[in-house]
Design a protein around this ligand. Structure first.
Ligand SMILES: Nc1ncnc2c1ncn2[C@@H]1O[C@H](COP(=O)(O)OP(=O)(O)OP(=O)(O)O)[C@@H](O)[C@H]1O
Ligand SMILES: [Mg+2]
Length: 201
């Protein structure tokens, strides 16, 4: 029987390097003989992800926080069997955001942690083995995001970025997420993440 795999989530505010790092980590770990599954949430281009995207970029309508939570939750929970089977088969799943993002964003908007926990328990959400939080300042985030053409409803808002940063800090502490300094050069960030991952795989 295969050794059970690992589910690793890369988190952080906008522009913290999640996409850059998941790709680099996937390449590195694959070259070292590991079987990697890359995930990215929300899953844009798929039915639930597209509903989320329409909301994020809509200027005409908004969802209440309950609907937002359920949409994001549906995006994760639809992959429950897929994630579980891959973990059973010894794969390493690297995910760019997950329920951990919902814990930050939707809590800011008023969803209590107790309700998020009830959802996760009721439907058997797969828990990450490790959450790695790439810490960058709201200022760095804003500078990096300025390079992008179109920003979603959260990204262009400097005040919201500050709130987001403070909440990431708070929840990272509460939930014992591993913190990596995302302001370092890209290769140093990768090195720090690999050191963390090597301890559990
Ligand atoms: N360590 C780094 N130093 C400087 N620039 C970086 C670093 N890591 C990533 N970048 C650059 O910052 C920008 C945002 O990076 P990336 O897309 O990986 O972040 P992200 O966390 O995935 O953002 P989003 O939340 O918007 O998806 C990109 O232009 C990327 O090249
Ligand atoms: Mg990204």
């Amino acid at each position: 029987m295969n050794k059970r795999g690992n589910f690793i989530v890369i988190e952080g505010i906008d522009g913290s390097g999640k996409s850059t790092q998941t790709k680099l980590l996937s390449d590195f770990l694959s070259q070292n003989g590991h079987h990697i599954i890359l995930k990215k949430y929300p899953e844009y281009g798929k039915p639930i992800g597209d509903l989320i995207s329409n909301w994020l970029y809509s200027k005409d309508y908004d969802f209440n926080v309950e609907a937002q939570t359920l949409l994001y939750f549906a995006d994760f929970i639809k992959d429950k069997e897929y994630l579980e089977n891959n973990l059973k088969n010894g794969k390493i799943i690297l995910s760019d955001r997950y329920f951990t993002s919902t814990m930050v964003y939707q809590r800011i908007k008023g969803m209590p942690m107790s309700k998020l926990n009830i959802l996760a328990q009721t439907f058997g959400l797969i828990k990450p083995d490790k959450v790695i939080y790439l810490r960058i300042s709201p200022e760095t985030s804003f500078e990096r995001k300025l390079q992008q053409k179109e920003l979603d409803r959260h990204e262009g808002d400097k005040k919201f970025l500050n709130v987001l940063f403070n909440n990431f800090e708070k929840i990272a502490k509460e939930c014992n997420w591993e913190v990596v300094d995302g302001e370092q050069p890209t290769n140093k960030v990768t090195k720090d993440i690999i050191n963390i991952i090597n301890k559990i795989i």
